[in-house]
Design a protein around this ligand. Structure first.
Ligand code: ADP
Ligand code: MG
Length: 311
């Protein structure tokens, strides 16, 4: 009999300490101001419902609500990082659910925006450009600013099917405009892809036989807004012009998808560049065809002004 007696005693002792602990938690929980508020709001909550749901109420009490006890998202104190507890009460039951806290919502949105802007071979600081930082009193760029603002206002209308072609000398801020527009598009949940043309051509040539060329071309055809930086500064081949650039332009023209360009050349000057491949051949007709498509997908906007590099 002895062992049974001993275990029974132990069980009663454990049960006693369990009961004691339970009562402590109960006291601690129902005296908590947050739980008091819940109870005031739901006076129908009976003791037995409270007892049955004590662990849920205790969990609710112990979690930070709406970030009030957390200094940052990284230092979130909750069981589920970035989630805030919500409590729902009816006659018989208490339900505990979790929802993203406002800091997590903000961070998720920020991350989503970043993934909306893709770039290839572009310097990082381009993506730090913003429309607010454009100097709106700058007369030399006022036309470009006006066109940019008009484009952004026209999003969702037929007019936005055409991007802008920023032409002008080195250093006046053409690439900066692309970065600022990409960021503004991301704010509106529109994806964009920025590509630095000289590197792009170089890479396309080196991966000529590679499957990745086709994959990339497909991507550039379909991205909502394509931005080609510094067109005209690449060393052009007839293959790149007709097979790659030509097919991207053709597709986007048919699908009415905009392209933004920057170039040291005006559209007229670019036509000459496109007519001369790196072997020195002149192919005016094909270049003219490419230019026609460029004009279909974008509108020329000259930018004048001083060189902003090292300012
Ligand atoms: P471009 O493409 O015409 O050669 P960039 O866009 O590269 O010129 O601009 C040249 C430099 O001036 C860059 O360092 C860029 O960050 C800076 N810049 C251009 N526009 C602005 C602006 N509105 N505000 C601040 N910095 C600018
Ligand atoms: Mg540039």
């Amino acid at each position: 009999m002895e062992p049974i007696q001993a275990s029974l005693k132990k069980w009663m002792r454990d049960n006693e300490s369990f009961q004691k602990r339970f009562q402590e938690i109960r006291r601690e929980t129902i005296s908590d101001p947050e739980i008091q508020k819940v109870m005031e709001k739901h006076p129908q909550l009976s003791d037995s419902v409270i007892d049955r749901n004590l662990m849920r109420l205790y969990e609710y009490k112990s979690q930070s609500k709406n970030c009030e006890d957390c200094p940052s998202l990284a230092a979130c104190k909750n069981i589920l990082k970035g989630y805030t507890p919500l409590i729902e009460v009816d006659e018989q039951d208490v339900r505990l659910t979790y929802d993203r806290c406002y800091r997590k919502v903000q961070e998720d949105e920020q991350r989503e925006k970043q993934t909306l802007i893709q770039s290839l071979y572009m310097p990082k600081d381009v993506l730090e450009a913003s429309i607010e930082d454009l100097d709106h009193s700058d007369l030399e760029r006022s036309n470009a600013i006006r066109e940019t603002v008009q484009y952004l206002q026209s999003i969702g209308t037929k007019q936005a099917e055409k991007g802008l072609y920023f032409s002008g000398p080195f250093g006046v801020g053409k690439t900066y405009f692309l970065g600022a527009i990409a960021k503004e598009l991301a704010e509106r949940r529109i994806g964009s892809m920025l590509i630095y043309m000289p590197e792009f051509v170089r890479e396309m040539k080196s991966s000529l036989k590679d499957d990745s060329v086709n994959r990339k071309v497909e991507e550039f055809k379909k991205v909502p807004v394509l931005m080609l930086d510094d067109i005209g500064s690449e060393s052009l081949s007839a293959w790149f012009r007709d097979e790659i650039l030509g097919s991207i332009l053709q597709y986007r023209m048919m699908e009415r998808l905009p392209i933004f360009f920057t170039s040291n050349y005006t559209m007229n000057q670019l036509e000459n560049h496109l007519a001369t491949s790196n072997r020195g051949d002149t192919e005016q007709l094909k270049a003219g065809r490419i230019m026609e498509r460029i004009k279909q997908v974008s509108k020329e906007v000259p930018i004048f002004g001083t060189n902003r590099r090292n300012m």
